[in-house]
Ligand binder design. Structure first.
Ligand code: HMG
Ligand code: MG
Length: 298
């Protein structure tokens, strides 16, 4: 018994690009996001208002946010790590602010230079201010299924972080498999526990496809009634502060599976593939599976 409709959150311009060593020109990002806005997407994560030294690829977040054509039916979002980031996000009137932290102490420290305890008050201030500015709020919890530094992560830790984030007023929490280690049995176990505490409508699943298990993990999530999934066109993506993290689940692969299963997404797979072909000119290494789709369909 699967849901009839799911929401796909396109994270390509943020998660897809943040790990790219070679700068993608700002104009190309803008053109790409404009193409994504034509795919029927309802949510696009356009960049991150993080420190430009930490993520050089996304240092043009302000220019991108200012110059894209915005469709009022689409939520344009970005990562915001602290008050400085929020100030920058509010200056360009972004629709949604995404807070993020890690369930692993070591990954959190490497990624945002703080312990988890030190991170909470910052996120509390950011979420309070974002709410006052009438912004939608999303929370990300990383390394839920495993950490490149610490290995296994206790589910109780994940539950307590989600609890803190919901208390800050986040509308939804994205459960991250940052390095793509999750398998379907583990997803089943984690979701069984999380859904004892939190409503399924308020969770999203964020799978990286490092080992080709992402679609299998989506399938298990669907059986739990999850209807929000993050993905990136062409399977781009990775986190520079999580060694081994590679591509996000490809939006095109996800659409192919869901549409064949009769599950609606509102997105047009041909337009999504066109947008993947566009950005391929600038990054040159889409997932091999993606290349197979392009070659067989075109
Ligand atoms: P820090 O160095 O500890 O920052 O970095 P600080 O607060 O000590 O400030 C130092 C300087 O940075 C100051 O400037 C600040 O103004 C400036 P100075 O006074 O020295 O001239 N600064 C900023 N400038 C611009 N924008 C800002 C900002 N904040 C401070 N927002 C910080 C802490 C969090 C900023 C840094 O560690 C950082 O930017 N990290 C970002 C890491 C990142 O983006 N990682 C990837 C995203 S997470 C991910 O991919 C996982 C996910 O996909 C889910 C999954 O897969 O599981 C979401
Ligand atoms: Mg990610």
């Amino acid at each position: 018994n699967f849901p009839q409709r799911v929401n796909i959150k396109e994270v390509g311009p943020r998660d897809g690009l943040q790990n790219e060593a070679e700068m993608v020109p700002t104009d190309a990002k803008i053109e790409w996001i404009n193409l994504l806005s034509e795919t029927g997407a309802s949510y696009i994560e356009i960049s991150s208002f993080v420190h430009p030294k930490w993520i050089p690829q996304l240092k043009d977040a302000t220019a991108v946010a200012k110059q894209i054509k915005r469709n009022p039916d689409i939520t344009y979002a970005a990562l915001v790590p602290n008050e400085k980031g929020l100030e920058r996000a509010l200056a360009v009137d972004l629709d949604e602010v995404c807070l993020f932290l890690s369930a692993s102490e070591t990954h959190n420290k490497n990624n945002i230079n703080k312990s988890i305890e030190e991170t909470y008050p910052i996120l509390e201030r950011v979420s309070g201010e974002a709410k006052r500015a009438d912004k939608q709020l999303r929370g990300y919890v990383s390394t839920v299924f495993g950490c490149p530094y610490e290995g296994r992560i206790e589910i109780d830790k994940v539950i307590s972080i989600c609890d803190r984030l919901f208390n800050m007023g986040v509308d939804e929490i994205s459960i991250g498999d940052t390095i793509g280690v999750a398998d379907p049995a583990q997803v089943d176990e984690v979701l069984t526990k999380l859904l004892n505490y939190f409503p399924k409508e308020k969770l999203a699943m964020h799978f990286h496809d490092t080992r080709g298990t992402a679609l299998a993990n989506v399938l298990v999530s669907l059986t739990h009634g999850i209807t929000n999934f993050d993905s990136a066109v062409g399977g781009l993506g990775g986190c520079p502060y999580a060694k081994g993290a590679s591509g996000n689940l490809a939006t095109d692969d996800l659409l192919y599976m869901l549409h064949r299963m009769g599950i609606e997404t509102g997105m047009d797979i041909d337009k999504v593939i066109d947008s993947a072909l566009y950005i391929e000119n600038y990054v040159n290494h889409l997932s091999s599976h993606q290349m197979k789709i392009i070659n067989s369909e075109r």
